[in-house]
Design a protein around this ligand. Structure first.
Ligand code: NAP
Length: 325
């Protein structure tokens, strides 16, 4: 597999490893400058990663989309697979608002295209279902955007299986974006198998669980309140220490393969059945360089078994479930 291995059908051109451009918005990570954001995107593209994942709400003023626009300027548009999302925005006081009303979705997409400096995205997701709007109505708006050529394919994100089924009945659905990683694997039960039967590509986020599975976190690491990780149970107390024990086991598996922890973790995620692309976030070109080595990491049977053993030993993790029933 290469970073630019094309995916057939409407997701053509989407690399199996993608750069998640949320951390580049600078809202939940300290010290991410605009210059660093642009260089990080450019480093990913230079390394052969075509798939850039962003959203209307990545930054209060679309900072992620604007960094992408600066990084792709002057590059052939067809070498970049741009995935955007609509349906969440920020209100006063940094309050996130889910709004799936059709007119709002259309307005957000027009603004996003302007910020991105392009007339279409390659994949457009409904970012999350709005509990006050039937999901079929939001899906119909995305279907119209598809017909209008503002996107080449449509998907949805953060849905239950029933919501995905309702969405897909109302709009041709090529992809679904959900959280999945070595410690949070609920998608495997019903979600991934159903998507496989429908040829819906599953794009996964949090493969490195916000850096926890990147193998570089110190056991005494403290997260300031400006860092979103300070509120996740996986980064606190005994849970955090047990997760780092798991990472220590991954480290010895990676060493035996002559690889690194992030490389092993991303390679394992990419080879899981039904997964079309794996999004990693990064805040520097160095992290991009470390993570793209996943393309060269091949797991053997012993490594897969050892990962399953470590997972069983770790037991259930605290925190949000990846799939709500
Ligand atoms: N659809 C949705 O609702 C949704 C939700 C969440 C995410 N996403 C998408 O998925 C993407 C991935 O999620 P994510 O960015 O939150 O999480 P992630 O990929 O699990 O973790 C990214 C973080 O891991 C750290 N990291 C990455 N590579 C590293 C390396 N080689 N060594 C050490 N640390 C490393 C960096 O943390 P530092 O900041 O500490 O450097 C980086 O910000 C997002 O960017 C976004 O595009 C979508």
């Amino acid at each position: 597999m290469t970073p630019s291995a094309p995916t057939p059908g409407p997701l053509h051109g989407m690399s199996s490893l993608g750069l998640g451009c949320w951390p580049l918005a600078g809202m939940t990570r300290e010290g991410v400058t605009r210059d660093a954001a642009v260089r990080t995107v450019a480093a990913a593209l230079d390394a052969g990663i075509s798939h850039l994942d962003t959203a209307y709400c990545y930054g209060e003023g679309g900072e992620s989309e604007m960094a992408i626009a600066a990084a792709i300027a002057g590059r052939p548009r067809d070498r970049v697979f741009l995935a955007g999302k609509c349906g969440i925005h920020w209100e006063a006081g940094r309050t996130q608002k889910v709004d799936g009303r059709p007119a709002r979705l259309v307005q957000e997409v027009d603004e996003s295209l302007q910020r991105l400096g392009t007339d279409h995205v390659d994949l457009l997701y409904l970012h999350a279902p709005d509990p006050t709007v039937p999901i079929e109505e939001s899906a119909a708006a995305l279907r119209e955007l598809l017909t209008a050529g503002k996107t080449r394919a449509v998907g949805c994100s953060n849905v239950s299986l029933a919501q995905l089924q309702a969405f897909a009945a109302a709009c041709p659905t090529s992809a679904c974006q959900m959280p999945y990683n070595m410690l949070q694997r609920e998608l495997e039960d019903r979600f991934l198998p159903w998507c496989q039967t429908q040829q819906i590509g599953v794009v996964v986020y949090w493969p490195l669980m916000k850096g926890l599975l990147a193998g570089t976190m110190a056991r005494d690491r403290q997260f300031p309140s400006s860092d979103s990780r300070h509120k996740y149970p996986m980064f606190q107390g005994e849970e955090f220490q047990r997760n780092l024990d798991f990472v220590d086991q991954l480290r010895s598996i990676a060493q035996r393969l002559g690889s690194s922890v992030p490389s092993l973790v991303l390679a394992w995620t990419m080879e899981r059945p039904g997964i079309a692309s794996v999004l990693f976030g990064a805040t520097s070109p160095q992290q991009v360089a470390a993570n793209v080595t996943a393309m060269q990491c091949s797991l053997d049977h012993a490594a897969r078994e050892a990962i399953e053993d470590a997972f069983r030993e770790r037991g259930p993790v605290a925190g949000r479930r990846a799939v709500q029933s």
